[in-house]
Design a protein around this ligand. Structure first.
Ligand SMILES: C[S@@+](CC[C@H](N)C(=O)[O-])C[C@H]1O[C@@H](n2cnc3c(N)ncnc32)[C@H](O)[C@@H]1O
Length: 302
């Protein structure tokens, strides 16, 4: 690599650049490679490489890099140019109010999924202190379970995923957030092996149409696992599998919330309706797309 950061890491005889100079060089390299927001990303990579908080960087922007920091930054920039996502390089992702570990082979949680958390919390707002039982199907990093448990102090959660890596990541993030005592993690195929009823069932299942996967951004296609993306020919296979089991899993007055693809809300509502569930709310993501479908059984007539 002939980039500024690459040269910087090997030029032992020359003084190492200051933090602010290193950010500028890294940003130039990222921009030349077509990475969006190169300044922000370069700053984040430098902070990761030098293990600096925002405040530490702001207080000493002209401190020179050490050789180790310079070498790590060069590696980080090369990986970002190869389209590895920032959160995977730094192994961390802010989600809701939490800092989660992003593990290899596990879906990197997305800001859109915070809309699911927000919608769920608003639907159970009057039961916030109640001992709600939550089921998170396809827990991945554990982002949804961790966020809900962090806001619902008496709730408990069961997180299920088919991927061993995802189960391990969920357990790690629950422990990191101090929530392990109110959660269990189980490896399984959706709700196949489950019995009992839940007050809140949440799921962000794979929903990309199989034929669309090849056209996804490299950050997604190359780094998120296929098991977390592929929703079958029409993208709806996992909703069908999960919705089939809802009648035996939902407690009285319980809600189910799904994250859906931008054009799937009506189809998922139809699948829910076929099992006797009615849509309570459709929530939009920051881009204005229908992203969350919340439903429940119609309350019994009085
Ligand atoms: C889109 S990811 C969502 C991860 C996490 N809930 C989130 O929102 O960031 C879907 C998850 O479903 C899991 N999954 C796929 N098929 C499954 C199945 N048949 N049973 C259980 N989990 C499954 C994947 O391993 C993946 O972790």
């Amino acid at each position: 690599m002939t980039s500024g950061v690459g040269k910087m890491a090997t030029a032992n005889s020359e003084p190492l650049p200051t933090r602010i100079e290193a950010i500028a060089m890294a940003a130039d390299d990222l921009e030349a490679a077509g990475v969006a927001h190169p300044q922000d990303e370069a700053r984040a990579l430098l902070r990761g490489a030098a293990a600096l908080t925002r405040l530490e960087l702001a207080l000493a922007p002209r401190a020179p890099l050490t050789e180790d920091e310079s070498r790590i930054l060069a590696d980080y920039v090369a990986r970002r140019i190869a389209r590895e996502p920032l959160s995977r390089i730094l192994r961390e992702r802010g989600f809701w109010t939490l800092d989660l570990i992003v593990a290899p082979g596990v879906l990197d949680p997305r800001p859109d999924t915070e809309t699911l958390v927000e919608t769920a919390l608003s639907l159970v707002a009057e039961k916030r202190e109640a001992p709600l039982s939550i089921l998170d199907l396809g827990s991945g990093s554990g982002a949804i379970a961790c966020a809900l448990l962090s806001e619902l102090p008496a709730a408990n959660a069961l997180a299920v995923d088919l991927s061993p890596e995802a189960c391990a990541a969920t357990a790690t993030n629950l422990a990191r957030c101090g929530l392990s005592d109110r959660a269990s993690v189980m490896r399984g195929r959706w709700a196949e092996a489950l019995c009992g009823r839940f007050d809140l069932i949440v799921s962000n299942p794979p929903y990309v149409r199989s034929g669309d996967i090849a056209g996804l951004d490299p950050e997604v296609r190359l780094y998120d696992p296929a098991l977390a993306l592929d929703g079958g020919a029409d993208g709806l296979d996992c909703y069908r599998d999960i919705i089939r089991d809802l009648p035996r899993l939902l407690a009285e007055n319980a809600f189910v919330l799904f994250e859906v693809g931008f054009d799937q809300a009506a189809s998922v509502a139809e699948l829910l309706g076929a099992q006797g569930l009615q849509v309570e709310r459709v929530a939009h993501d920051a881009g204005g797309h229908e992203r969350i479908v919340a439903a429940r059984f119609a309350p019994a007539p009085t």
